[in-house]
Write a protein that binds this ligand. Structure first.
Ligand SMILES: [Zn+2]
Ligand SMILES: [Zn+2]
Length: 341
């Protein structure tokens, strides 16, 4: 009897704990699934919310990670969409039921029984991962593995937030200029929009970063932009930004909250919302977002700023994200496995 081949993985046992590095059996692809060798996995703010216990009922223990770039190495029964050797991207949305009312009405992002990579399904902080092939995306060749990873959540959720700003937006505000913002600002600039970036007050480095990535103007979140905005997206998890953004948008303007978690929104005078301004949130993604966004990102020549970490340094990457010490996106690069093969 030989030992099953194993892989290195970073595992969350319980909230408020550091991830533990473990040797685990390489998972076997189930029906309709592909087994991927993980070539890169992005680190998303949602992973921090998971570690901090801010997301309800995670499946524990769980391998985080939902910006997975992987190479298909095996396929389960009934899986034929991708061939071994092909490169695919795996996002947050991992499975939906197809039967509930949101699923039947074309809103699979709100499926009542949905499963998510790195939360209720194992994710990509590992050398291997399995995924339902229907929720994987082919990746444009224009992006190498590391630079493709942030597109799979920061890019997709950013795009969904951007889409909800509506048609005809010319002056777009973005609050919180991290991984999602630096991608969407490039898309907005490509589509001829003016981008106004808001950062933590006094964060000159973030403002310079924003100007390098498509922002026409960058300032403090407490500043008024030089023009009234048609729409604003809030990527920072700070509820206090909602009244600030409402004060900056025109009558009829939209404020889109792009995060999965936000601190409480302070009370604010009704006049900030009046004149048909809208506040809305974005939850998860539909596959449609990826099918539209990934080719668009390639056409727009989006360049993602990435900082690479070995898999074992996942805790360090999370710490740097929490401390606001990353410009762009952290990406974990698992090395090849050598054990058990
Ligand atoms: Zn459903
Ligand atoms: Zn994410």
């Amino acid at each position: 009897m030989t030992d099953a081949p194993t892989m290195s993985a970073m595992v969350l046992d319980a909230p408020h704990r550091a991830l533990a590095q473990r040797e685990l059996p390489i998972p076997q692809p189930g029906p309709g699934e592909v087994l991927l060798r993980v070539r890169a996995c992005g680190v998303c703010r949602t992973d921090l919310h998971l570690v901090d216990g801010e997301l309800p009922e995670p499946r524990l223990p769980v391998i985080p990670g939902h910006e997975i770039v992987g190479e298909v190495v095996a396929t389960g029964s009934d899986a034929g969409r991708f061939a071994p050797g092909q490169r695919v991207g795996v996002p947050w949305l991992g499975w939906t039921c197809g039967e509930c009312e949101p699923c039947r009405s074309g809103r699979e992002n709100l499926c009542r029984r949905s499963r998510f990579h790195g939360y209720t399904l194992d994710g990509g902080y590992a050398q291997y991962a399995c995924a339902d092939e229907r929720y994987c995306f082919p990746l444009p060749e224009a992006f190498d593995d590391a630079h493709a990873a942030p597109l799979l959540c920061a890019g997709l959720i950013g795009y969904r937030s951007y889409r909800f700003c509506g048609e005809g937006v010319r002056d777009l505000g973005i609050y919180g200029f991290g991984a999602a913002a630096h991608i969407i600002a490039q898309i907005a600039a490509y589509q001829g929009k003016q981008v106004f970036a808001f950062t933590r007050p006094g964060d000159a480095a973030a403002q310079e970063f924003a100007r390098r990535h498509g922002a026409n103007w960058a300032g403090d979140s407490t500043d008024h932009p030089p023009v009234a905005l048609d729409a604003a997206i809030i990527f920072a998890p700070a509820g206090g930004l909602v009244p600030a953004a409402l004060a900056a948008v025109k009558p009829g303007g939209v404020v889109v909250c792009g995060g999965i978690h936000m601190s409480d929104i302070p009370s604010f005078p009704y006049r900030l919302l009046w004149e048909e301004r809208t506040v809305r949130s974005v939850a998860n993604l539909e596959r449609r977002d990826g099918e539209e966004f990934l080719p668009l990102a390639a056409r727009a020549g989006v360049h993602t700023e990435v900082e690479l970490f070995p898999l074992a340094a996942a805790n360090e990457a999370l710490h740097r994200l929490r401390a606001g010490q990353l410009s762009g996106a952290a990406v974990l690069i698992p090395s090849e496995t050598t054990q058990g093969t």
